[in-house]
Design a protein around this ligand. Sequence first.
Ligand SMILES: [Ca+2]
Ligand SMILES: [Ca+2]
Ligand SMILES: [Ca+2]
Ligand SMILES: [Ca+2]
Ligand SMILES: [Zn+2]
Length: 582
Amino acid sequence: MRKLFTILAISLIAFTVVAENKGKVEIPLRFDRYYTYEEVVEALKLLNTSYPQLTKLDLVGKSEEGREIYALTINNPKTGEALSKPGVYVDGNIHGNEIQAGEVCLYFANMLLTKYGENDKITKVVDKNVYYIIPVVNVDGRAHFFLDAQTSSSDRSFRVPRDDDRDGLVDEDGPDDLDGDGNICMMRIKDPLGDYKTDPEDDRLMIPVKPGEKGEWTILGQEGIDNDKDGKLNEDGEGYFDANRNWGSDWQPAYVQNGAGNFPLSGFGVKAIATYIHQRPNIIVNFAFHNSGGMWLRAPSHKDDKVDTRDVAVYDLIGKNALKITPGYVYQPSYDLYDTFGDTDSHMFNLEGSYTFVGELFMRSQETYRENVSKPLPPAAETESSSARRGGNPDETRELVKFNDYLGLNELYKSWKSYKHPTYGEIEIGGWMKMSSRLPHPFMLPELVHRNAMVVLYAAEQTPEISLEIFEVKEIGKNLHQVRVRLKNEKGLPSMSYKAISSKLYTQDILKISGAKVIASGKITDLRNNKISYQEHKPEVIYTAVPSFGYAEYQFLVEGKGEIAVNYSSRKAGSLTKTFKF
Ligand SMILES: [Ca+2]
Ligand SMILES: [Ca+2]
Ligand SMILES: [Ca+2]
Ligand SMILES: [Ca+2]
Ligand SMILES: [Zn+2]
């Protein structure tokens, strides 16, 4: 009896240990599962305490429900102060349901820190730049996506209540998890007049009936009841406040842009992060991760906003390489998807002068169950829905369900089950579950986070690397020297965007000489033919910018003797000083 008791006690301890390990956050971080909001915070704290020399953890702000929004800074102080280096900013999960965006950010941070000093590529980019990483912008959204019953597309909003149907009540009738499985699925009812019938090839699916054909099912919409008894089902759910329609550039009210708040920078997190970014003017490239569809989107975000072709060329350098790093993705201006106002890309590009990409993570077309994945599916025999969208034709839906069966461990699709509904009577509940459709199954997550983080790494490698060279000093008269200086950029991001220069967003880069009196200065427009475009005023200061993979040459005429110092300083590309004695 005692022996049995001991065995029981030991197995109880063993069980407890296993249960605790399941959710344990350790360094290096794991990417074969999704982290809850609390685990993301724990992961950031662990990265910070494990790499105290290289990291700093800042509380950026608190959300509407009081959750903490953290930013992890990665900087090597031995190679300079954070603000003196090009800044690479990465965030994700501004839409609460788009959780793998947070994982990409965490993976990027984890990769930089765990491989620093071991991998030359990583060591070089860590030493060169500073990184600002906010894995979860919509902290309440992420928390509720895990905690509550959801669809794969719900819980995007900041927790700012809104009366969607203008009945004086807010968020009074959202979907309801009738069968208590943690998912908001679909409801259907038997109906000979319905638009759908059971798919003869897979009885879990439905296909549209042909004209004249007898129907079998009517789809009733998302799982739920009429909570406020107004005769409408699920007409006013949580939110809807879209944090990515509330940034400062080209903001528009909600009757123009759905999701907007009452004024620009509405939403605690947006205001806090906009302030955080503005206080770090060295940021030169931004990434904001979302799901889904497999896209790299760049500014501008609506058609009336134009981007200078020279800035497009800079975007193209990163965007076109990104296409090869993430095969299947498309790269396009944001407005090609649809026009938006008040989103991240416009704000960062138009107001802060940094190149900004939105990464739409994951392509559902990767959920294959097919012998030859490079061979596209044959076109559906009958395409009532002319929509080419994946899942819009029956063959694709059948394949997705088989992916659920043979690769997805039945964690993606719920077979229809009967349910007694208070209004509709006998119905069935089933369909795609919360962790499907827009999210890769955890077995696919490691590749997704790596490929997308590598695009950020490539952009980080392309931040400006400026050299300053005094390439000629010549005595041209009594006590008068001609000093020629070259600023050269080895990388693809210019020291300033053309947008920032043309819109006068901030003071341009400055080149100046100290230690002697500058009589004249100007840009060398043709070195071989000795052509200089002299400045009419203030010869001691030259306002400049160093182009992508290019250089700029300047001439100064200086009076005096001794040591001169040539100094270059840039808001986003660092600063340099060279001295010369004559
Ligand atoms: Ca309402
Ligand atoms: Ca349910
Ligand atoms: Ca209702
Ligand atoms: Ca409801
Ligand atoms: Zn999104």
